[in-house]
Write a protein that binds this ligand. Sequence first.
Ligand SMILES: [Zn+2]
Length: 473
Amino acid sequence: MVSGDRIAAIGSDLVAPAGCAVLEAAGHLVLPGLINAHFHSPGNFMKGMLDGLPLELFMLYEVPPLAEGADSGRLAHVRTLLGALEMLKLGITSVMDDAFHVPIATRDSVDGIMAAYRDSGMRARVAIDQPNVVEYDKFPFLADLLPAEMRAAMDAAPRQSGEELIELYRHLIDTWDGAADGRLSAALSCSAPQRVTVPYLEALSRLSRERHLPFNIHILETKLQRVLGEEKYGRSLVRYAHDNGALSPDTVVIHAIWVDDDDMRILAETGVTVAHNPVCNLRLGSGIAPFRAWRNAGIQVCLGTDELIADDSANLWGAIKGMGLVHTLADADPATWPAAPEILDTMWHGGARALGLEGRIGRLAPGALADIAVVDLDTFAFTPLNDIERQLVYCETGSSVRHVMVGGRWVVRDGRVTTVDEVALRREARAIMAEAAPGMAAAREAALKLDPYYRAMVRRAHARDVGLRRRLD
Ligand SMILES: [Zn+2]
């Protein structure tokens, strides 16, 4: 039974009070809404846009370093809604959106994203993921590899100061944190420690500790980033982030694939949550995350899809199944492979922890928020019913989800979104993308000119022995 935005009671003999709406759900399974703990909504228009590439080349096309202008509020709104509706229909009720803005973040683009989540009915924690150092400083070797005119073009590209970005964070927090009856909230992000100035990294770390806001940091997603740490900081990026005060129980460390034992000890001791994105990691050839070593070290883990250019959907069910599959490649001992209950716990409990909502989402219990997915068991995924948890992990794709509630309000009924006209939304998304096409083609042309230098950089980094094995090569 639901009252207001909470679960009031659970039982087989409850009597509905007068005036209480009743959902007939015989033959259905009621689940806590799924939690997508790592996501970038600005990738929502980019599904299927690129073949697999190493992250550094992938990002060259995804977030072109010489892009101009800024996203309009309207574009940000429609783009964010598209992903939110996809997630809601799959039973995903909460998301941590580490939203980047190319090339600069504005109030308009931030407000567009937040208004989209407000209108969708989804629960969302949203950060401003904005690097603020010059492009070639984010990588090893690149400054030496690039011709002077390309370095000069990167020097001239728009960038925001730490002060400007903190000011924008104040706007996000003052305007949106706790909005829509508490459904919307703010998070922080530095994108990655090597992508921001030290004063800005320190300012975000302070703000996270003061306000207990989740702080999103991508660390050691690729082998190249391990090499970057050695070349630029003389230590691993985990230790570098720790030395700058960025790691705490409020921190969400994204990927953490190329971590060594010392890094894992730091991640466990500081109490961060690591966001695991198995499908994205495969799509970009980043390597197999050391999931069992994380857990043995005492590290908390949550699960995400990352983004629609690197998944290529917002379907967390795919990441759930991917997590069940990929770790069989890492170790021949099946005792190290995550079983269904551990995978679901990572997604629900780990996700709730990452979003700073532990105990309030990801569980069905009196007092918890009424974020619920109702799944039809009269489907191929659950027929015959052998083991509910394994069939959730390995059989369900999201197509059995019939009804979804967020904070006590139905947002999907009988498979249809109730909050927004999704047919009109898709029409508008196509129109906006058609308008954006010439600008995107120009950005791609500019990226193609940079491509050979980035490839040379990646080859050089991959040739180095960093003392870790995360791939089968
Ligand atoms: Zn990410």
